[in-house]
Design a protein around this ligand. Structure first.
Ligand code: ATP
Length: 248
């Protein structure tokens, strides 16, 4: 089948479609034929234990992961297409900003790269609550502040799909709360978010959950359904119940 035609026909309601994706990394099979769909809008949480494939899936979605076979369609285009560059943002676990520049210098630099306006820089500074730190070098900021700089860079230019790899890792509960508020604001403005976490209580803040284990999606659900279907009191217990059910 013509790949271009296939991607172009993807329904506009879908942000991501993965079909029969196979990926190997360093001699390990991470995905051996995985399928999933993520609708536009809302926050989809990618949850699961360390090593289950969350980062690899995100890399495939943003087009930085080499794949063996299958298709990954993002906003109707093949993942990684040049036309998606400004429509899709990815914030990795590794700090992706210049630590020897100030917050504002970083934002100006990245805004220039994508053609974002001065007004957009002001918007993201307010959105991630870093206005008071705008003139400070990133290497003088706290870990939580620095991670918000890379989030600010990611949301420059109002990308339609925002992919965030463990954005709240290492943050105190207050900062995590603040970041989740930012995520919900971005969704209210029309963005689609994909957020990975292995902190199960963050699952409750998502609109939709993909629970992964060993390179497979073991549940595609919502927080309310996850709890009611497993009868568990909290998402950690619910996840374990699901694993036990799959094993049994
Ligand atoms: N560069 C690499 N070389 C070899 N194997 C890799 C590499 N990166 C990841 N892997 C393997 O791929 C699998 C999936 O890793 P991945 O980083 O996607 O998991 P993850 O769910 O994001 O984990 P974490 O929560 O720890 O970030 C793991 O088994 C891991 O060991």
């Amino acid at each position: 089948m013509n790949q271009g035609a296939h991607h172009a026909q993807d329904p506009p309601t879908l942000a991501v479609t993965v079909r029969d994706l196979r990926v190997r990394r360093g001699g390990t099979t991470v995905f051996d034929g995985i399928d999933l769909e993520i609708a536009r809008g809302g926050i989809t949480g990618l949850m699961g234990p360390s090593g289950c494939g969350k980062t690899t899936l995100m890399r495939a979605i943003v087009g930085t992961q080499r794949i063996r076979s299958g298709t990954v369609t993002v906003l109707g285009r093949e993942a990684g297409s040049a036309t998606l560059r400004r429509r899709v943002a990815y914030d990795t676990q590794a700090a992706s900003v210049y630590t020897d520049l100030t917050v504002e210098q970083n934002l100006r630099y990245f805004a220039r790269l994508i053609g974002a306006s001065r007004h957009d820089i002001e918007r993201v500074l307010d959105q991630v609550n870093l206005r008071d730190q705008a003139g400070r070098r990133v290497d003088t900021l706290s870990g939580g502040q620095a991670s918000r700089v890379s989030l600010a860079v990611a949301i420059l230019g109002r990308p339609e799909l925002i992919v965030l790899d463990e954005p709240t890792v290492g943050l105190d509960p207050l900062l995590r709360e603040e970041l989740w508020e930012v995520f919900h604001t971005l969704v209210a403005e029309g963005a689609t978010l994909i957020v990975s976490s292995h902190v199960m209580d963050e699952a409750l803040r998502c609109d939709r959950l993909l629970l992964m284990r060993d390179g497979r999606v073991i549940a595609d659900t919502t927080p309310a359904r996850l709890l009611s279907e497993t009868g568990a009191a909290d998402p950690d217990r619910a996840f374990l119940t699901l694993i036990e059910r799959k094993a049994g």
